[in-house]
Ligand binder design. Structure first.
Ligand SMILES: CC(C)(COP(=O)(O)OP(=O)(O)OC[C@H]1O[C@@H](n2cnc3c(N)ncnc32)[C@H](O)[C@@H]1OP(=O)(O)O)[C@@H](O)C(=O)NCCC(=O)NCCS
Length: 259
């Protein structure tokens, strides 16, 4: 088994929610994921309705659990995601203590909840600045970031106020999710689920990156990248992943992702 395959296998085992299948998902596949329906995720008939009812039940059950239990579970899943994605990691405890990427996202989660209350916006900015000083990662408290988010190495990451990031996204150091305009309003990128952005890449403007997209190191992305595409270069050009090629496998096959 190749190193890539073993990494993929380990990721699948540890993160069953991680969506690693590229392109060509059947309706059967779609109806069995936890993801909401989208344009290429046709979900029709009674089966889909049951799926949504099931999701709604899960959401209600989740909201009934005490906040500290939910917080603990989120911290643990962040730790597991980090351990899986950092080959140098040896344990949850090690990552909890030494990973600036994790410290940054945990501080952001607190700052983001403060940001929702008008009166706490200044303290939220202050907390975000303290986290930036400690970790080298600047995340505006207004940015919306999904679950199991991980930044490897941390230093030099900048995420703007109106950026939106889905679940199971990983960034390397030096990534910018920045704006290209001084206008207020939506001006930062929107990233779907299961995306990896290589070191030093700049994603600029209100562009959209579809689920499973992979962005090469040092690329400059100024246009949308469809789901399950690999984008590299300045300005970035994208290519589709081969039919059912695993996005994680593609990272090993595409040297530019690691430059
Ligand atoms: C370079 C820049 C000033 C161009 O802005 P613009 O004039 O509005 O550019 P356009 O959208 O008209 O794009 C013109 C062309 O340049 C390309 N382009 C745009 N920005 C580019 C960049 N940074 N690098 C390489 N090519 C770029 C576009 O792909 C487009 O190519 P095409 O004509 O082949 O389609 C802007 O894209 C930019 O990079 N601004 C810096 C933003 C930044 O640093 N933000 C950080 C915030 S934290």
């Amino acid at each position: 088994m190749s190193q890539a395959s073993s990494v993929v296998g380990a990721a699948r085992n540890a993160l069953p929610g991680l969506r690693l299948v590229a392109g060509g998902r059947s309706r059967e596949d779609a109806a069995h994921t936890d993801a909401p329906p989208d344009a290429d995720h046709l979900c029709v008939g009674i089966r889909c309705r049951h799926e949504h009812e099931h999701d709604e039940e899960k959401r209600l059950a989740e909201s009934r659990r005490p906040w500290w239990v939910r917080a603990r579970d989120r911290v643990l899943e962040d730790l597991d995601a980090a351990v899986e994605r950092d080959p140098a990691a040896t344990s949850r405890a090690q990552m909890a203590v030494v990973s600036p990427g994790l410290h940054a996202i945990w501080a952001h989660r607190v700052a983001h909840s403060m940001w929702q209350k008008e009166g706490l916006r200044l303290p939220a900015r202050v907390l975000s600045n303290v986290a930036r000083t400690a970790t080298g990662v600047e995340i505006h408290p207004g940015a919306t970031i999904g679950r199991r988010f991980f930044i490897d190495h941390g230093m030099g990451v900048v995420i703007g106020e109106t950026a939106e990031v889905g679940d199971d996204v990983m960034l390397y150091h030096g990534v910018t999710l920045g704006g290209r305009t001084l206008n207020k309003g939506k001006r930062h990128p929107t990233l779907g689920n299961g995306i990896t952005v290589g070191a030093g890449a700049k994603i600029l403007g209100a562009v959209e990156l579809g689920d499973g997209a992979q962005i090469g190191a040092n690329s400059v992305v100024v246009k949308d990248v469809p789901g399950n595409h690999v984008a590299t270069g300045i300005p970035a050009r994208h290519r589709a992943l081969a039919d059912r090629e695993d996005p994680y496998e593609a990272m090993f096959a595409e040297p530019a992702l690691w430059i």
